[in-house]
Design a protein around this ligand. Structure first.
Ligand SMILES: [Zn+2]
Length: 314
């Protein structure tokens, strides 16, 4: 009998999803309360500037977009260094995410503020920078919505380079959270289950998804969501890949599920439509050649990778 525990592809599927290119060395064991100040004093430090869900991008001479700012260069943008976080270290030096205060319409011709989703969907920056953006966006969003101690209501203070908030009144420490979301492709050899959310773009169908609840395993959440949204009971559930999803701070956990029944009962409060798709039809949706203009989610999305992995499997 062979040992199959690590019998997996050399490049794990999670390496191919959007935001997976983060190569920052976080050095989490070295984080201290003066980490941000020390990093800002380093002339090699590079900053991502963020404001209200948007990333600032400098227009380069060759038409490219550069997300990296030096500390002095960033000052005209009403940055708040006191609310910045240290993401970690690249080969070039420290990397920080800093909230900025100049609104998009007041920026100069040479700097644009573009929402994270467009930056990612349109591939405006390289994969390493997109990964850093996801890390910074999630952290800054968490700080912005967790200013006060959830135990006693006192305003808390940022610590450990932005990886902790400390309450000066009751002493409670609060840590940045990541909210797990299960996303699952229910499939047999011949067909898979795709649904259409009410907010989706024209013609798009995707894998079903939902938040994992307290006290639930990943597999239990996958089974519950599939039953609630589509009326399909699942047998086996297997994990495939995960994706950081900074809207605002989720982790998408992608799985495959094996259906035990065929008769879909879609929850029409959640979904506009939900049905079975044959492999050939899904292949045309992936390549944007579907005769009815139906499409799957774009390449960076983990749903795309779940669907692609199924289409390519035999
Ligand atoms: Zn407190």
């Amino acid at each position: 009998m062979s040992f199959r525990l690590f019998d997996a592809p050399l490049r794990e599927p999670s390496q191919f999803v959007g935001f997976a290119g983060n190569i920052i060395d976080r050095q989490s064991e070295n984080r201290a309360d003066d980490s941000v100040d020390k990093a800002l004093a380093d002339p090699t430090t590079r900053l991502l500037l963020m404001n209200g869900g948007r990333l600032y991008l400098k227009l380069g001479g060759n038409g490219g977009l550069d997300p990296w700012f030096g500390a002095a260069e960033s000052e005209p943008f009403k940055v708040s260094f006191a609310h910045g976080v240290l993401l970690g270290f690249s080969d070039l030096g420290p990397v920080l995410a800093i909230p900025a205060g100049v609104e998009a319409e007041h920026l100069s011709e040479t700097v644009k503020a573009i929402d994270y989703r467009s930056v990612y969907m349109q591939g405006l920056i390289d994969e390493a920078a997109a990964g850093a953006m996801a890390q910074g966006a999630a952290l800054l969003a968490w700080h912005a919505s967790h200013r006060f101690c959830s135990k006693c209501g006192t305003e808390s203070q940022m610590r450990a380079g932005g990886y902790k908030r400390h309450c000066p009144n009751c002493g409670t420490e609060h840590f940045p959270r990541t909210d797990p979301v299960a996303i699952m492709l229910t499939a047999t050899r011949d067909k898979c289950l795709l649904g259409r959310g009410r907010h989706f773009g024209p013609g798009m169908y995707s894998a079903l998804a939902g938040f994992i609840e307290p006290g639930e395993t990943i597999e239990a959440a996958v089974r519950r969501e599939t039953l609630e949204e589509a009326g399909i009971r699942l047998g086996r559930v297997v994990y495939h890949a995960s994706q950081p999803w900074p809207f605002p701070y989720s982790l998408m956990i992608g799985c495959f599920g094996e259906p035990l029944n065929d008769d879909i009962q879609a929850d029409l409060n959640e979904l506009e439509d939900c049905r079975w798709f044959a492999r050939d039809e899904v292949r045309l949706m992936l390549t944007r050649e579907h005769p009815g203009d139906l499409v799957t989610p774009p390449k960076g999305a983990i749903a795309h990778h779940l669907i692609r992995a199924w289409v390519d499997s035999e």
